[in-house]
Design a binder for this molecule. Sequence first.
Ligand code: 5AD
Ligand code: SF4
Length: 449
Amino acid sequence: MKASDQPRTYRVKSFGCQMNVYDGERMAELLDARGIAPAAEGEEADLVVLNTCHIREKAAEKVYSDIGRITKAGRAAGKRPLIAVAGCVAQAEGEEIMARSPAVSMVVGPQAYHRLPDMLDRAVAGERATDTDMPAIAKFAALPDRRRVAPTAFLTVQEGCDKFCTYCVVPYTRGAEISRPFNDLVDEAKRLVEAGAKEVTLLGQNVSAWSGEDSRGRVQGLDGLIRELARIPEVQRIRYTTSHPADMDEGLVAAHGEVEKLMPFLHLPVQSGSDRVLRAMNRSHTADSYLRLLERFREARPDIALSGDFIVGFPGETEAEFEETLALVDSVGYAQAFSFKYSPRPGTPAATMEGQVAPEVMDERLQRLQAALNRDQLAFNRASVGRTCQVLVERRGKHPGQWLGKSPWLQSVWFSEKGGSHCAIGDMVTVRLLEGGPNSMRGQVIGGK
Ligand code: 5AD
Ligand code: SF4
């Protein structure tokens, strides 16, 4: 590769999960600290970081087509942008990307991106570099302080997964479970609120497996961390995601009843309602144990909104087994949920299992499942009409004077300013919910911050 000029502008494009969003923000902060500025809207950047996701279909193809598009747009603007591929596709397929795409000069895995500035120096000098090491904790220590953040901020507390569900690439791309130290997290949360955050969402591939020692040397689980963060006055709301049913302990259930700042919302993936499929997925829970667990959360916090993840068409899934998933959905009544067609991931045990389900069957099952989930989401929203709640204002709506924010139950709520009162991003306003649609609620402000 030829040597390039020092990049002046960058763009980080993150795909996939919320942890990728967090990583993307941290990479942007690293580049800011180097004096490189975010590219203006519509302008081609000198440096593009593609922060990729490998969880489902066509991940690598998408990366190659993005690379092609960036190179072409750069050329049209008279530039030869430096391209870095980061995230889970970089981790899984870094060598192939380097071999196939000469336009890429940096490949950096999710546990190595703190070294992006060094790689950038080498790229500017005309070298190409791949770094997919996994020294996890070192990464956080090497990152700069948090800068200005939105009212809702992510905080990675735990990374990696030891569960090895048979369909999932995460244990391979994100590595073994690692918890960040208690005090580091309390410090980062304090810096987030100093930088403008009101709500902190604790992130982990398996967040409920977080554990650490507090400042007095006592071992704490996620609930202990949540209780400590709730003592920071400026932290107004706490959420966490994503959990595995096997790691939800009594302390966490109790925290939902006791910690006012912990929002009444639980995202707990189940994947299937069939015990045979759950076994084949290596999920270590049954449909019944999952339902009993949800019951305990409901006892602790009766208004808790429930969310889940589902996969349809796992290898060998029969029509009757799929119907067990529909029955589980009916009995839970989710406030929202995510559902996916099974996608064979190279290197995972399920990819070579017998009985791969035909695409048309998967399509049809996904449609039926989503119809049920949409029905329940609308029912949940309609049942919220008449409630009064706090809404954290996140952005402006389409029309002047209109604002959008989130209810405690993670519903999108839009409302108009009442005469004379002025709202701002980051305000916490009291809103009465007036109308419930499929994807959002309409409300009316009845009180200030
Ligand atoms: N195919 C389809 N969906 C998947 N998920 C994870 N791996 C796969 C796969 N191979 C879904 C699961 C998980 C969510 C993040 O993505 O539902 O909870
Ligand atoms: Fe995608 Fe999983 Fe990686 Fe997140 S951790 S980016 S969901 S593959």
